[in-house]
Design a protein around this ligand. Structure first.
Ligand SMILES: Cc1ncc(COP(=O)(O)O)c(C=O)c1O
Length: 409
């Protein structure tokens, strides 16, 4: 039988067959989004408290991004990273002005920015710290899916994946300053962590820990790298998560919210650390003016007077609603800051809750079997938060009723 006749007897292709199967996606096809709402191909609407995994900081298809992209697309889309362009300069200046750091390398994804941070730290170690290259990272941390960022991450499931692992990462427990101090050796070049571990289930690095790390790294002459890919760009109610601890890192990475939905990331560093030689770092799409224009629009919106105060207020409203839900349904604590929050369900029902919520038109995330995570648009309205709480309340009642029925059967 030829390949052609074989194809004739095989099952007809399904609508998703051409998509590589890397995650269990529900059979829904989204076709439109506006603010906090998504619409699928059947015309059903969904209240979105995932927002592209904390990416659409201004909601779906917000006017500032639409206008910035349309304006920029008509002017200049890409002129090669080997040349300066006006949007790259504008965005780098905005990030420098607001962060207190000095130089920026623009990239396309969080993992790429973190990969750049690891390379910069190793380069600095080679030049200034006698070849030191080891980076201390946190258990359960998440830094991306390239080989080096997977090795930097502390996900137990990744220990054996894609062996051999990139060497040079030492893990310690989050919020254990003594463990960091004990792990430091002459090979140590940096400590790298997220201000809040988002993918792990929203666990905060405490303010004393962050301040202690800043003091310890400065005293030992090693770098402090903050992965602000999830916590940056207003997500916690401040432009950058580190502001809550009143410290400044040596290197910071940004992505997610920075592009307001389009792929954009940044490696931002203190001038003393910026030591790449020509050819050490780069990328065809890095610093392209189309994405940089979107980044400028995002920063300009988020730094408008009152924007971050509203994020804080919306975060408190959401946290209060979640605490009430937790109280009503026997849950545990509400963790996180601003609009990066998690609800401890105290039972391993997160998958069931997420699936049932979706059937009821609500999109939420379950980063752990017993935890729900909420990362709505930073522009979410109180009425949308209230609607989400109502929907979640109903879903939790249904899940409890299902569990009771199963127990009786
Ligand atoms: C803290 C953190 N770092 C890095 C990444 C990786 O970013 P990206 O998926 O854009 O590569 C993520 C993504 O969830 C993240 O939350």
């Amino acid at each position: 039988m030829t390949a052609a006749t074989n194809a004739l007897v095989a099952d007809p292709p399904g609508p998703f067959d051409a998509i590589m199967d890397i995650t269990p996606r529900p059979p829904i096809v989204f076709v439109a989004g506006h603010g906090s709402w998504l619409t699928d191909s059947e015309g059903r609407t969904y209240l979105d408290f995932i927002q592209g995994w904390a990416v659409n900081c201004l909601g779906h298809s917000p006017q500032p991004i639409i206008q910035a992209l349309a304006r920029q697309a008509a002017h200049l889309i890409n002129c090669s990273p080997a040349f300066y362009n006006d949007q790259m300069i504008r965005l780098a200046e905005l990030l420098v002005r607001h962060s207190g750091l000095h130089q920026v390398f623009l990239a396309n994804s969080g993992a790429e920015a973190n990969e750049g941070a690891i390379k910069l730290a190793r380069k600095w170690g080679a030049k200034h710290r006698d070849g030191a290259y080891e980076i201390i990272t946190m258990d359960h941390g998440f830094h991306g899916r390239t080989l080096a960022t997977m090795a930097a991450s502390g996900k137990p499931q990744w220990e054996q994946l894609y062996a051999p692992k990139v060497p040079g990462f030492v893990k310690v427990p989050l919020n254990d300053l003594a463990a960091v101090a004990a792990a430091m050796t002459p090979r140590t070049v940096a400590v790298m962590l997220e201000p809040i571990q988002g993918e792990a289930g929203v666990f905060e690095a405490t303010v004393p820990f962050l301040r202690g790390l800043r003091e310890l790294t400065s005293a030992r002459g090693v770098l402090l790298i903050l992965d602000e890919i999830q916590t940056g760009i207003g997500r916690t109610g401040r432009l950058f998560g580190f502001e809550h601890a009143d410290i400044t890192p040596d290197i910071m990475t940004l992505a997610k919210g920075l592009g307001g939905g389009v792929p954009l990331a940044a490696l931002v560093a203190h001038r003393d650390v910026c030591c790449f030689d020509y050819g050490d770092q780069g990328g065809t799409f890095c610093g392209n003016p189309l994405m940089a224009a979107a980044g400028c629009a995002v920063i300009e919106e988020i730094t408008k007077p009152g924007f971050l105060a509203r994020v804080v207020q919306a975060g408190e409203h959401l946290a209060n609603g979640l605490r009430a839900i937790s109280h009503r349904h026997g849950g545990g604590e509400v963790r996180g800051q601003g609009l990066l929050l998690a609800l401890d369900l105290k039972r391993d029902i997160a998958t069931e809750v997420v699936d049932l919520a979706r059937e009821h038109g609500l999109l939420i995330n379950g980063p752990r079997a017993d935890t729900l995570r909420f990362m709505p648009a930073l522009t979410v309205a109180d009425a949308e938060i209230d609607r989400m709480i109502d929907l979640l309340d109903g879903v939790l009642l249904d899940v409890s009723a299902n569990r009771r029925r199963e127990a009786i059967a």
